[in-house]
Design a protein around this ligand. Structure first.
Ligand code: COS
Length: 382
């Protein structure tokens, strides 16, 4: 039997995140969205509460939470603001390659500073020339004495302009395609690291997204994560773990959308009664509720499988893809239920639609998720 009854401890985690989301994030969400402001003071408070570095084991100073528990927190945060949530959880993505690919010495050296005080890290895979074809990346890592020189440009990097450490994927030989890709941990203060400007985005405007140039950056060998040529698998294993919380993030956006839409439908009148009494609206709410429930359950199932030691490639792609598509549908219907008001910036639902859109694109576009799902599925029939 599948039993997702939450323990008392999980309910406390959920409550902690919900309270932080309602008292610290939500009151600032609209203003940060409007101004495109990166509210670092909120992220610092989140850090102090243990809401950052969720995946880092306690022995390195992190929260040491299971993927399932991470999902509970992420959904609650995203109900208040998808963009802030993206910035709060970006350390989990950036530090995961160190957890999965680093030596014990590297983990002990690189992880504790992020847990001892507020610091941001960024995962640098995507490049201006390609995001979906990660195996074709062009940033070069050229052997130089006992280290490497890393040269290239990464883009759409979450928290990039604010990070103090980058986990960077570069190739020692582009003709080898994915078999040349190698991972490195590169401190921002290394000579030749040039963070670019913050992008102006459609949604997730409280998070920061930027370009990082690595201009002939000298990287000592002890900053290489895993063996040469094994960086691609490391990136994929990282994404297997982090796509599921993106499913939770999308579920949180969708939950916020139905919360606003249902409350509005009960108080807005047309044809002499609340619009919630019209079947046209009830059918929408029913479809929205089904999508949210399915998204949450798929996310929780993927998380449970990964926590149980399975790779979870298929399930995390299904969760991320389904939940982000659900978030788009649900946010779209919420705007429709609000009618003209839904399209106005003074009401909260148009932001949810803009925020939902990114969840279909980042951590692997949904077209890539479908490709992964189909490949995984077909291997079971071969
Ligand atoms: N875990 C471990 N290894 C994996 C893996 C996984 N989940 N997925 C693939 N691999 C391995 C494969 O087994 C293969 O290994 P071998 O060299 O031993 O054969 C290797 O990686 C190459 O895999 P594949 O042939 O599937 O690579 P492709 O180039 O065809 O592309 C996709 C794979 C498209 C799935 C990959 O490039 C991808 O995920 N792209 C999206 C990247 C992304 O999510 N970017 C967002 C960045 S974060 S905002």
């Amino acid at each position: 039997m599948v039993d997702f009854a939450l323990t008392d401890e999980q309910r406390s985690l959920q409550e902690l995140a919900r309270k932080f989301a309602r008292t610290e994030m939500l009151p600032q969400a609209a203003a940060c969205d409007k101004a495109g402001r990166f509210p670092e003071e909120i992220y610092r408070k989140g850090f102090e509460l243990g809401l950052m570095n969720l995946n880092v084991p306690t022995e390195y100073g992190g929260s040491g939470l299971s993927v399932f528990d991470q999902c509970l927190i992420v959904e609650e945060l995203a109900r208040a603001c998808g963009g802030m949530t993206t910035s709060i959880i970006a350390n989990c993505l950036a530090l995961e390659p160190i957890l999965l690919g680093g030596t014990e010495e590297q983990r002990r050296r690189l992880l504790p500073p992020f847990c001892a005080s507020y610091h941001l890290a960024s995962f640098c895979l995507t490049e201006p020339g390609g995001g979906s074809d990660a195996g074709g990346l062009q940033t070069r890592a050229t052997k130089d004495g006992d280290g490497y020189v890393v040269d290239g440009e990464k883009c759409f990097i979450t928290n990039g302009p604010h990070a103090s450490l980058y986990t960077v994927f570069a190739t020692v030989d582009p003709t080898l395609r994915h078999r040349g890709i190698t991972a490195f941990a590169i401190p921002r203060d290394s000579e030749g690291v040039v963070p670019g400007k913050d992008e102006e985005k459609m949604g997730h405007r409280a998070s920061s997204t930027g370009t990082i140039r690595f201009e002939k950056v000298r990287v000592p060998a002890d900053q290489r994560l895993g063996p040469e040529g094994e960086g691609f698998g490391l990136a994929m294993r990282t994404l297997d773990h982090t796509r599921t919380p993106i499913g939770a993030l999308a579920t949180g956006i969708a939950q916020a959308a139905i919360d606003y839409a249902a409350a509005y439908a009960l108080k807005r009148h047309s044809f002499g009664k609340p619009i919630a009494e019209h079947q046209a609206i009830q059918l929408k709410l029913a479809n929205m509720a089904q999508s949210i429930e399915a998204a949450r359950l798929l996310t929780w199932r993927a998380a449970s499988l990964i926590d149980g030691g399975q790779r979870g490639t298929l399930e995390s792609s299904i969760a991320k893809c389904f939940a982000s598509d659900a978030a788009m549908r649900v946010a779209d219907e919420a705007v429709q239920i609000f009618g003209g008001y839904g399209y106005m910036r003074d009401y909260p639902v148009e932001k949810l639609l803009r925020d939902a859109k990114l969840t279909q694109i980042y951590e692997g576009a949904n077209e890539i998720q479908r490709l992964v799902i189909a490949r995984e599925l077909l291997t079971r029939y071969a």
